[in-house]
Ligand binder design. Structure first.
Ligand code: C2E
Ligand code: SIN
Ligand code: SIN
Ligand code: FE
Ligand code: FE
Length: 408
């Protein structure tokens, strides 16, 4: 009797925890932060060593997030997050099969899948990493009204002593239940990012050479540089995660104020005259005005970044401290310097210039990598905060993974 009572109480606790986690996830803004939290919770529910999430993009399932306790410590190998790997929605792969059938799939040994199954295990990841996948729980992520958002795959359930075992009956019950809530949160997160990309498209519609890729890259570089910078400073992981969620989106909006700059200046093929550049500088002020009357943490960070991403560490940047930037069209205040510049803006400053130098613009050719890195080193302590430059070079491998993930 006691056993039955205990297991009923346990059920209730699990369901409550799922609801509580869902509530927490609903406060997150950016889809990466949402995926991170979902994977953490699903792995906890099923005691899984590793896991990944594939999101439906057009007709493909794009590898979008990964955890692996054995291979990389949490927060320490983010290059893996930016691998551009997709599988089709068809029955040849495990992930594709789950998406196609809408059913969750339980595999006890990836290397002993019965020959009569249409799908096969892809050993590519194991071969590259030396990891040994054994048990797999694959769950289609569907909203309550049955729209497929993606697929979550949990790998290697572990029992107490860390031995890998098949996924338990309770995991097969609770993880799919959690998956429904997760799908709704993911959909909302994707919508946030898409809304931003659409806003940026509007701002740049007149400029056919530019895509959302610059915006995606600057957002991702900024989130990764921020995380390294904050870890170097000994920040708590929980605080880092919350800030990282905001900076990713706010950094994507750094140049949204360019919507207020005329084509004649924005698209000028050659160098700007000093008068034209004075007008161009106002994109910082125009961007900040879009967010200044609101009060969310995301809006505050968006103001900080839009307004200050062209300030320089040693001074001499713009727009400077303005008496009242809501009403003044004067982009020449007293320049900020050092830690007067919000940290998020110091980070985006580097992310933006790095990307601008690597890109073709209507007014410049792309620079070779070596020249860019030399320029960034030379600008440390002048244009850029030396601590931010140090963090950038510490994670340079991740930076190049982001470049490959979001090509022009
Ligand atoms: P952007 O193209 O996104 O460039 C962002 C920042 O990257 C620039 O801020 C600058 O710090 C750096 N950067 C970009 N290209 C170069 C380069 O060839 N050499 C060096 N040393 N740095 C570079 P900045 O200068 O404040 O410019 C802000 C925005 O103004 C630029 O954003 C771009 O949209 C526009 N802009 C700047 N100069 C010109 C120009 O000569 N012609 C045109 N058409 N637009 C310009
Ligand atoms: C873009 O977002 O693609 C252009 C903005 C910039 O030039 O930094
Ligand atoms: C922070 O630690 O929150 C930023 C302080 C700084 O501007 O360096
Ligand atoms: Fe800018
Ligand atoms: Fe930019």
């Amino acid at each position: 009797m006691g056993g039955i009572m205990a297991s009923e109480r346990y059920d209730e606790d699990v369901v409550l925890r799922i609801l509580r986690t869902t509530e927490e996830i609903n406060h997150l803004k950016d889809v990466d932060a949402i995926l991170d939290r979902i994977l953490l919770e699903a792995r906890r529910l099923a005691q899984a060593d590793a896991g990944s999430i594939f999101l439906l993009e057009k007709d493909q399932l794009a590898f979008s997030y990964v955890h692996n306790d054995t291979l990389f410590r949490e927060d320490e190998n983010n290059a893996a997050l930016y691998s551009a790997y997709t599988v089709g929605v068809d029955d040849t792969s495990i992930v594709g099969y789950a998406a196609l059938t809408g059913q969750h799939l339980v595999i006890d040994d990836a290397y002993a899948i019965p020959a009569d199954r249409p799908y096969a295990f892809n050993p590519r990841f194991d071969e590259l990493s030396g990891y040994r996948t054994r048990s797999i729980l694959t769950i289609p992520l569907k909203t309550f009204d049955d729209r497929l958002v993606g697929v979550m795959q949990l790998i290697n359930a572990k029992e107490g002593e860390g031995r890998v075992v098949p996924f338990s009956r309770p995991s097969q019950l609770y993880v799919p239940l959690f998956g429904n809530h997760a799908a709704v949160a993911i959909e909302r997160g994707c919508m946030n990012r898409e809304l931003i990309l659409r806003m940026m498209k509007m701002a740049e519609l007149r400029d056919p050479g530019e895509t959302g890729a610059h915006v995606q890259r600057v957002g991702a570089y900024s989130a990764e540089i921020f995380q390294r910078w904050a870890l170097n400073r000994g920040w708590e992981r929980r605080v880092i995660k919350a800030q990282r969620d905001l900076i990713r989106l706010a950094a994507m909006l750094h140049d949204v104020g360019k919507v207020g700059i005329s084509d004649a200046i924005l698209k000028k093929p050659g160098r700007l005259t000093p008068e034209e550049f004075e007008v161009m500088k106002l994109h910082t002020v125009y961007g900040a005005r879009l967010f200044v009357n609101t009060t969310s943490a995301l809006d505050r960070m968006s103001v900080d970044i839009a307004l200050n991403h062209h300030e320089k560490w040693a001074g001499g940047g713009y727009p400077g401290v303005l008496p009242d930037f809501l009403h003044s069209d004067e982009a020449a205040g007293q320049p900020k310097r050092g830690e007067e510049i919000p940290a998020a803006a110091r980070i985006v400053a580097l992310a933006d210039v790095f990307d601008a130098l690597a890109a073709r613009r209507c007014y410049k050719e792309p620079w070779p990598e070596e020249r860019i890195l030399t320029e960034i080193r030379a600008s440390s302590g002048r244009h850029f905060d030396p601590e931010v430059v140090a963090a950038f070079f510490q994670i340079y491998e991740v930076i190049t993974a982001i470049q490959r993930r979001f090509p022009d």
